[in-house]
Design a protein around this ligand. Structure first.
Ligand code: DO4
Ligand code: MG
Length: 308
């Protein structure tokens, strides 16, 4: 894991699909970043890539165009792509929820049930990327990052790639009443994704090490590791349930749930720095802020600008 400073360019030595803004004229674009070099792709958006089948996406990525100098990486989703998340897919998440909740039984039941817990997490334009702040709600007193592997799914329901996701959560609000889940999970600065999509044909997502570290004044105050091999449900099952009763014309990101949760006496504080690393996928580092004020500049169709 690189130093969790929350600053500096994301380290992406492997091949990733990226969205970027050119330093020179500010024009946005989509490209392939390989060994630190971004080359442009002849498409207007990541959403356009997710309208293609995986075989066609692979062919497109095989022939990138010119090198883009001084590309600043943006959140890896745009258009009508939605971010969804699965819950209670690891034993550790089940245990942690049962400990925090006034309704412990429902978490035990959903862990065992055929139908997974799936919930809407974010519109594309609200997603923050590596280096930008994530938030804790001003009206919550118990807050955690949730380090998760996210599936990038095209409009046909095929897994096209992987991302690192931080599914920021208010344990206080969810724990008070599970019907408050949307408020615990969906608010300004609650969804962070790593900058680059790892193409599915380049990496096997089934047994990847997931690591989290939270630093406070440079000192680690919580860290943990797990593996995607501990996920209770196959990726295909999660995607199947997501696509059962809806269309995703620009594809979807489906975060697969957390296998890491701190003890109940831990809560995030402003100025903490959260770093999540998933082997073969990437890293995601975000400083923590409190409240919605930090996200006033976010607008549909306008990417989140980096803050100094
Ligand atoms: O049940 C509530 C949410 C669970 C979740 O986000 C997770 O397990 O990762
Ligand atoms: Mg989660």
């Amino acid at each position: 894991m690189r130093e969790a400073t929350g600053h500096g360019p994301p380290k992406l030595p492997l091949m990733h699909i990226v969205r970027y803004r050119r330093g020179q004229d500010g024009t946005p674009g989509v490209g392939v970043r390989d060994d630190g070099v971004v080359r442009e792709l002849p498409v207007p958006s990541v959403a356009a890539l997710l309208r293609e089948r995986v075989a066609d996406l692979r062919a497109l990525l095989g022939a990138p165009g010119d090198v883009v100098e001084d590309a600043r990486l943006l959140a890896p989703v745009d258009g009508a792509t939605e971010v969804w998340a699965a819950g209670v897919t690891y034993l550790r998440s089940r245990e942690a929820r049962m400990e925090e909740s006034s309704e412990a039984d429902i978490y035990g039941r959903v862990y065992e049930a055929a139908r997974p817990e799936l919930f809407f997490k974010s519109a594309a334009w609200r997603v923050v990327v590596d280096g930008e702040p994530v938030a804790i709600r001003a009206d919550s007193g118990l807050d955690v990052p949730e380090p998760e592997l996210a599936l990038v799914v095209n409009r046909f329901g095929e897994i096209a790639g992987y991302l690192v996701c931080n599914d920021m959560s208010s344990r206080a609000i969810e724990g008070e009443n599970p019907l408050y889940l949307p408020q615990a999970k969906v608010y300004a600065g609650a969804c962070a994704l790593s900058a680059g999509i790892r193409p599915v044909w380049e990496v096997n997502g089934a047994d990847l090490a997931v690591a989290v570290r939270v630093t406070r004044d440079g000192v680690a105050v919580w860290s943990g590791t797990t593996s995607t091999a501990r996920l209770k449900r196959p990726f295909a099952e999660l995607v199947d349930y997501l696509f059962r009763a809806d269309h995703f014309p620009d594809g979807a990101v489906l975060s697969t749930g957390t296998g890491l949760a701190p003890a109940m006496d831990f809560t995030l504080q402003p100025a903490d720095v959260v770093t999540i690393a998933i082997d073969g996928i990437g890293e995601l580092t975000n400083p923590v802020v409190v409240g919605k004020e930090h996200f006033e500049h976010q607008r549909p169709g306008i990417e989140v600008e980096s803050r100094p």
